[in-house]
Design a protein around this ligand. Structure first.
Ligand code: ATP
Length: 361
């Protein structure tokens, strides 16, 4: 089921200030895919999610779930949360500690007054789906964090909603478990063919889990795209920088040539992936640390070659996280852990034009 959001605005008033939590959000969330709202703390992700759920009342705009308008300022429509047909999973697992697993999952169906036998069947089916078969009688508190999160997922799914919403559901889990649960969640959701809306400020989680990412900043959606598009081919500096570590260098467009865009920077000319901007546009050149190629012999003939000095090297297992000084600029670079280079050594490196991304403000 698609979700359509048009002209959504939400203001908060606090200590004499107006906070634009949602600043004219227009968004279509695709049906049966995992859509993630990603952005820094305070950018409005939770407000948007809670508005879809009906736990927050926006000031202006319209929200449509499938063909049903569930909220409209103009048409004066408000469909209460329980009638919106949604499932929800929140950061705090919100499972009831005094109930066993079965009762936790059965609760939404008992609330609907479903016959007992049908409830038993549905709960069994859902627990099997989240791989908690046999855990029915276990007290909810006697489960691991990951299992508790699966109970929360089962409870959100048991009423067979068309849309499921997640607000930072994995943030209470430790790093390793978070990684496992994320993988599991992606496979559960893909199998179900359900529209999932997921909120996080964790870029890796967004990249690993989503079909589409909407990046938010200050109450607005800045950019929407598939994870690879957002990572490799962002349009805006904010997005390129937020989704991964980047070297950002001010650049001016000098020439459009042979399917490349040539820019001038304080470090000289760079030949970049083509971007359709007029000559003399002020842009930012974005180079990810993993795309800095330490030059082999003969590399000096290549485009975008620079020389500098290795300034720092931190061994983090799979790479050295390094910094190479070139004039005033300190380039973050990922260097092979088996390198013989040391701090203080002169280095030459190049960056392929396809890895030189030009982004606007
Ligand atoms: P986080 O990742 O930290 O949860 P978020 O992106 O989800 O952040 P929101 O919780 O939607 O952001 O908040 C958006 C803005 O609205 C923030 O500036 C926040 O301080 C403000 N805000 C949220 N709720 C209220 C409230 N009840 N009263 C006043 N201001 C609020």
């Amino acid at each position: 089921m698609e979700i359509h959001i048009r002209g959504l605005k939400k203001y908060y008033y606090s200590e004499g200030r107006t906070i634009k939590a949602l600043d004219d959000v227009n968004l279509t969330i695709p049906a049966n895919k995992i859509f993630t709202l990603l952005g820094p703390s305070g950018c409005g992700k939770t407000t948007l999610l809670r508005s879809i759920v009906g736990l927050e009342t926006p000031d202006e705009g319209e929200i449509k779930i499938g063909d049903t308008v569930v909220w409209s300022s103009e048409k004066n429509i408000y469909v209460p949360t329980e009638k919106r047909g949604l499932g929800m999973v929140f950061q705090t697992y919100a499972i009831w500690p005094h109930m066993n697993v079965f009762n936790n999952v059965a609760y939404p169906l008992q609330n609907q007054g479903m016959p007992k036998a049908e409830i038993e069947e549905r709960v069994r089916e859902t627990l099997r789906f989240v791989q908690l078969e046999g855990f029915e009688k276990r007290p909810a508190t006697k489960l691991s964090g990951g299992q508790q999160q699966r109970v929360a997922l089962a409870r959100a799914l048991v009423a067979q909603p068309k849309v499921i919403l997640f607000d930072e559901p994995l943030s209470n889990l430790d790093a390793k478990l978070r990684e496992e649960t994320r993988k599991e969640l992606r496979s559960f959701l893909t199998e179900l063919e359900i529209t999932a809306v997921y909120v996080t400020h964790d870029r890796i989680e967004a990249l690993a889990l989503s079909d589409t990412i909407g990046v938010m900043r200050s109450g607005k959606i800045v950019e929407i795209g598939a994870p690879k598009k957002i990572y490799f081919n962002a349009e805006h500096q904010f997005v390129a920088d937020f989704i991964g570590r980047s070297n950002l260098i001010p650049a001016k467009v000098k020439q459009q040539k042979d399917s490349f865009t040539v820019v001038q920077t304080s470090l000289g000319e760079f030949v970049c992936k083509e971007r359709d901007y007029p000559l003399d546009s002020d842009l930012t050149l974005c180079i990810r640390p993993e795309f800095i190629d330490l030059a082999e012999e003969g590399a000096l003939d290549q485009k975008n070659t620079l020389s500098g000095v290795m300034e720092t090297m931190v061994f983090v297992g799979d790479v050295y996280e390094s910094e190479i000084r070139v004039g005033d600029v300190l380039f973050m670079a990922k260097v092979d852990p088996e390198t013989t280079l040391e701090v203080g050594d002169p280095v030459t490196f190049s960056v392929k034009p396809e890895h030189c991304l030009l982004v606007s403000e």
